[in-house]
Design a protein around this ligand. Sequence first.
Ligand code: HEM
Ligand code: HEM
Ligand code: FE2
Length: 452
Amino acid sequence: MKFTSQKIAYHFFALSMLLLVLQIVYGFIMGFAHMGFDGLHEWIPFNAATATHKNLLVVWILSGFMGAAYYIIPDESDNELFSVPLAKLQFWSLAVVGVIAVAGFHVGWWEGRKFLEIPRPLDWLVALNVILFLVIILMTLLKGKKQTTTAWVLTMGLVFAALLYLPGMIYFDNLSVDSFMRWWVVHLWVEGVWELIMGGILSYLLIKLTGVDREVIEKWLYVIVGLTFLSGILGTGHHYYYTGGPDYWLMVGGIFSALEPLAFLGMTIFAVQMYRKGNKRHPNKLAIYWTLSTAIVSFLGAGLLGLAHTLPGVNLYTHGTLITAMHGHLAFWGAYASLVLAIIAYSMPLMTGRKLHDNRTGHLAFWMSNIGMVGMTMAFAAAGVAQVYLERIAGYDFMVAAKETQAHFFVLIIAATVFTIGVLMFISNFVKFGKPVDEALQPEAEFEAIQG
Ligand code: HEM
Ligand code: HEM
Ligand SMILES: [Fe+2]
């Protein structure tokens, strides 16, 4: 750690870990409900559980991105953070808005638009919070001694992500139009600007972990940004096939979204190549594992499993089924959840000065969570294929198909248990690291020397 103000990242990472645990609790509630054990139904009906599960996911990932930015931007721009008290205010307001939103879902205060369930009045508080966050980051960057490509790609990803929240806040009384705009937020986030955030954080981690020249690593960033926008913007069309819009979306969405895996493939080749070129002497093995797994698993979950249902002829049958959940889990896990865990694994030893970055718990956490998540994805896939045949081809009712697929959720719960043990081990390491301390501050030369 080069600057004491970077320590603020810890607050955001801790919030992330807490919300991840809560998200998993709601995942189990839904997994059991799918198995036919819906005992909590009266207090937490499926609609409340699913909204809570997904919004907790979005908030813990965003909190992880914010922590990453508070850690990375001072380092990259060689400057203390613009204001630590403001960053603390931003942290607490984020936590309070998050708690109110989640509590609201349990008493019916929600909007029912998947992923954008937070009611409009609260949206304004979210917007204010994000503006404050961006002011702090931009001021730090602009007042910094250096301005790197990595820092700019990360910051612009965050700025665009904030701007793209706005289309979801406009009120439409037409369901088709509302759905059209909802995808600007959901799709252009995960298959657009969040990929810039991912590229920026991966580039920072690879510079630190492999010792490869910044120029080489940052050249790849341009390729990834190019591929992302080329495919991802018009790729939004894969959500407009049968939603009441013009026919041309079938062609435009099909072609451009089929190109989207290229950006994720680029990310994988980028990380693996840099690792192979690098000196492989960095002591933080777990950060290297998580960095590489982010690049590889995101390609599997987003790229390949996205491609599996992106063509109009397939999506006609799979839309809104458990096939979507299959892809949603491995894509979110591989790309964004693992990315947050990678920056936490990298920064915690440097913020706390404690050397827990190559221990048994950490390695077990890595393997169990990844293997568990692959198992969950397979269970969702089996249930999804069965659901598509029963519901969309044989024509059975939704609930009849749901009953026939209960056994797959038994498998899901087993895989999810392995996954959860892995996550809890990661968190137990996080807790063992303790809080960041000023003594962990290292001058530039010593800081870089940790690369070995
Ligand atoms: C123990 C862990 C987990 C379990 C048991 C679980 C289970 C579930 C279930 C049953 C659903 C609802 C599927 C439906 O619509 O019927 C769901 C939705 C979802 N979960 Fe999880 N989940 C877990 C962890 C996670 C994690 C770690 C992530 C992200 C990294 C995640 C991301 C999602 C997403 C994105 C959806 C919405 C899927 C869609 O769009 O159809 N879940 N989860
Ligand atoms: C890291 C990147 C990605 C993440 C986190 C992600 C996650 C998700 C989630 C959560 C959904 C459900 C959204 C909703 O119903 O509101 C979804 C839908 C979808 N995704 Fe992705 N995705 C990613 C990348 C991709 C890519 C690259 C492709 C195509 C190659 C793709 C193809 C699709 C399709 C076709 C749907 C619509 C499914 C339906 O009609 O129900 N995704 N994705
Ligand atoms: Fe999409």
